[in-house]
Design a protein around this ligand. Structure first.
Ligand SMILES: [Zn+2]
Ligand SMILES: [Zn+2]
Length: 297
């Protein structure tokens, strides 16, 4: 059930406490009725009548799935991800590293098309925004805060009048940052976290789990979230006390820990996230690849 958190602004909790594959949504009941990240709960979203605009933080299915129950809705998304939304085939290059298995890519894409019902879609991308753009819905203004790293176009949304921040997948969970797509980046994620530090929200709405966080907790939660990323980086460096191949580092389960053994499907994002750590460490001049093995410098 939507819960009013400011004038005309409603929090829509995701199913299963907003855990993946659901997310928390925000509904704005203004002159233009809009929803941010429509994937909280199909039934609740379908009951919202006359939704004119869907504002998306990024292209992930767990944030856009219920576009399928919003007929003729106009979609707004960061300019770097608009093509992937218009042509779902383009998502593959944003998600998969070039060297990954071709058959995997095809079957993954077919699954996405079925889930999003792309064949029957009636929504259109009508707005490609960039950092600091303003979206006006009547009385309510939303400022775009481009915060890449999770994905290339990942954006948070700032309601200046109400000092509310929708932080999407800067979700401030105990798990920490997730950067398991080809278009993700550890370096960009860190820069985005620095950028968000300058905000002093009254309320934060996260894309997953916590949902609503009091502004007084924001800086602390942001620091803890960032610390997870640095602790993983340190584990990668510790692992390179002896030379290791990428697969040997992946075997250590630095990101997913014990879950990597229990859920083999997690090996794919584990590997991509380790790749992003290695890229960032290489760029900082801390490691290099020597004949297929990663070594400290
Ligand atoms: Zn995401
Ligand atoms: Zn998400």
């Amino acid at each position: 059930m939507p819960k009013e958190i400011a004038e005309k602004i409603f929090f829509m909790p995701g199913r299963n406490q907003g855990a993946f594959p659901f997310c928390n949504s925000v509904f704005i009941d203004d002159e233009i009725r809009a929803i941010i990240d429509p994937a909280s709960n199909k039934k609740d979203i379908a009951e919202l009548k006359n939704i004119e605009m869907a504002i998306l933080s990024h292209f992930h299915t767990d944030h856009i799935r219920e576009l399928r129950v919003l007929p003729d809705v106009k979609v707004a998304i960061h300019e770097s991800e608009a093509d992937a939304l218009i042509d779902v085939n383009k998502v593959v290059d944003m998600v998969f590293l070039p060297e990954e298995d071709q058959d995997e890519k095809i079957s993954w894409l077919e699954g996405k098309k079925r889930e999003l019902q792309t064949e029957q879609r009636t929504w259109v991308v009508s707005r490609k925004f960039k950092d600091r753009d303003e979206i006006s819905l009547g009385k309510t203004r939303i400022k775009v805060v481009h915060a890449p790293g999770h994905t290339i176009g990942h954006s948070c949304f700032w309601f200046p009048e109400h000092e509310i921040l929708f932080s999407s997948d800067v979700d401030l969970t105990m798990f920490g940052p997730w950067y398991g797509n080809a278009c993700s980046s550890v370096e960009q994620f860190l820069l985005s976290l620095e950028k968000l530090k300058s905000f002093q929200p009254r309320l934060v709405v996260t894309g997953h789990e916590a949902g609503i966080i009091d502004g007084s907790e924001f800086q602390d939660r942001l620091e803890k979230f960032k610390a997870k990323l640095f602790s993983r980086e340190q584990k990668v460096l510790d692992a390179l006390a002896k030379p290791r191949t990428l697969d040997q580092i992946v075997d250590l389960g630095i990101i997913y820990g014990e879950f990597l053994q229990k859920m083999p499907g997690l090996r794919v994002p584990e590997k991509r996230m380790i790749v992003h750590h290695l890229r960032w460490l290489e760029k900082q001049g801390k490691i290099k690849n020597d004949n297929g093995c990663w070594v400290l410098l």
